[in-house]
Design a protein around this ligand. Structure first.
Ligand SMILES: [Zn+2]
Length: 201
């Protein structure tokens, strides 16, 4: 896929805050989504089509290229999810494992920042094999945690910040916020919630 030069979305707020207290409406569909060419679809649903904000995808491709230079083959597993799709995931998990479990481990529809088209779940390949169980000890995750901010991404749900983000630690979930906010969030070791609080002062 080729990105058009004019594909950049004007006035897009890349730091938009979406969480259990800041919900997106069911009809919210972000502008500037492009279909992306990633080898893996979401493991949750093989009919899933990866789509992402065009600027975010360009930033990811650069990060992917640089990761490869140091030996890490990273890919996007899951990117944009519509409200309806998130609703299906939530209900599927609730049916299989109970509502309490679903509420703990799956974002409610409207609370998932995958609906913004700015969030990605990362997977990686080693010796031609896709690694689908990502942990914080994986070299790929460590590299991402140290370097993603240079490309405008942050680790969105860090360990120890569960009470602030409202989400469990997710070492695979990265969120694009743009380079300058990402640098600030990284340097101060804060979450997007805390970044928004600082903006109010
Ligand atoms: Zn995610």
């Amino acid at each position: 896929m080729l990105l058009r030069k004019d594909a950049k979305v004007e006035n897009m707020d890349y730091t938009i805050l979406v969480n259990k207290e800041h919900l997106l409406l069911c009809d919210y569909v972000p502008e500037g989504l492009v279909e992306i060419n990633e080898p893996m679809g979401s493991k949750l649903d093989k009919t899933y089509v990866n789509r992402l904000n065009s600027e975010v995808y360009a930033a990811f491709k650069q990060m992917q290229k640089d990761a490869l230079k140091v030996g890490y083959e990273i890919f996007i597993d899951s990117s944009y999810r519509s409200y309806g799709y998130q609703d299906r995931i939530f209900n599927d998990v609730a049916l299989k494992k109970g509502t309490e479990y679903a509420e703990r481990f799956v974002a409610m529809p409207g609370a998932s920042e995958h609906q913004t088209g700015l969030a990605i779940d990362i997977i990686y390949r080693r010796n031609s094999e896709m690694i689908e169980e990502q942990t914080e000890d994986d070299a790929e995750i460590k590299w991402l945690c140290e370097n993603a901010h240079k490309y405008g991404f942050i680790l969105r749900y860090p360990k120890g910040k569960e009470k602030i983000t409202g989400f469990n630690f997710e070492p695979w979930h990265f969120r694009y916020v743009g380079k300058i906010p990402a640098e600030k969030i990284f340097a101060q070791n804060i979450t997007l919630e805390e970044y928004h609080e600082l903006l109010k002062i």
